[in-house]
Design a protein around this ligand. Structure first.
Ligand SMILES: [Zn+2]
Length: 213
């Protein structure tokens, strides 16, 4: 996650080996055990979320409500890792913003990665990153100064419950973040980090500074 190389074995669960970074406290699956792309695509297609489903919208509102409270009218937003059913984009567009989509499987449009945005959202996607440090560098480069990176993922908390944790059992989840992991990611770039809701982190690029790498 943070390119620290002195990672330590953390736990092995049913033949899957996890490591822990002593610097940012991210936990990650052994790289040799990552799922193949066809396994990932099948899993994501099976979990298609309907943009009109009220329950799914309530779930996304944990991130969308605090984000909408801070966006200026007509903001440009990129939903990175939107999946097959872009419900969050529908919610943001209904509020008057302009949302672009990117997903390596379902919306692989390189043109949207050649622009910068007032906000980038990444919901239930960062836990799938096979190269999280490179992905966060890319996300940082997609933000204008003053822009916000809004992330939602289940924060990893109790190590003693890791083996049975539902989030760990998803075969496509390969990296797990603690709240302090996001503070570490932000501090490395001199960005601000807040957690406006449970399992939601906002990383803000300073208006006049901060680095995007
Ligand atoms: Zn790290």
């Amino acid at each position: 996650m943070c390119r620290e190389t002195a990672t330590r074995p953390f736990q092995s669960v049913q033949g899957r080996d996890y490591h822990r970074c002593p610097a940012c406290h991210a936990t990650f699956l052994d790289p040799a055990q990552r799922p193949a792309p066809e396994v990932e695509r099948a899993e994501y297609t099976a979990h298609e979320n309907d943009p009109a489903d009220p329950g799914y919208r309530r779930f996304l509102a944990r991130l969308a409500d605090p984000l909408l409270a801070r966006l200026s009218p007509g903001a440009s937003v990129l939903d990175y890792g939107c999946g097959p059913g872009p419900a969050l984009a529908a919610m943001l567009d209904e509020a008057g913003h302009r949302t672009s989509l990117y997903d390596p499987f379902f919306h692989p449009d390189p043109a949207v990665l050649a622009q910068t945005y007032d906000a980038v959202t990444c919901t239930e996607a960062v836990e799938h990153f096979h190269h999280p440090a490179a992905e966060f560098d890319r996300l940082a480069g997609l933000l204008r100064p003053g822009g916000v990176l809004a992330v939602m993922t289940c924060f990893q908390t109790d190590d003693s419950r890791f083996a049975d944790w539902h989030y760990r059992r998803d075969p496509t989840h390969v990296v797990f973040y603690r709240e302090e992991t996001f503070h570490h990611i932000a501090a490395a770039r001199a960005w601000r980090c807040e957690t406006p809701a449970r399992n939601v982190a906002f990383l803000t690029r300073p208006p006049g500074g901060g680095t995007d790498t």
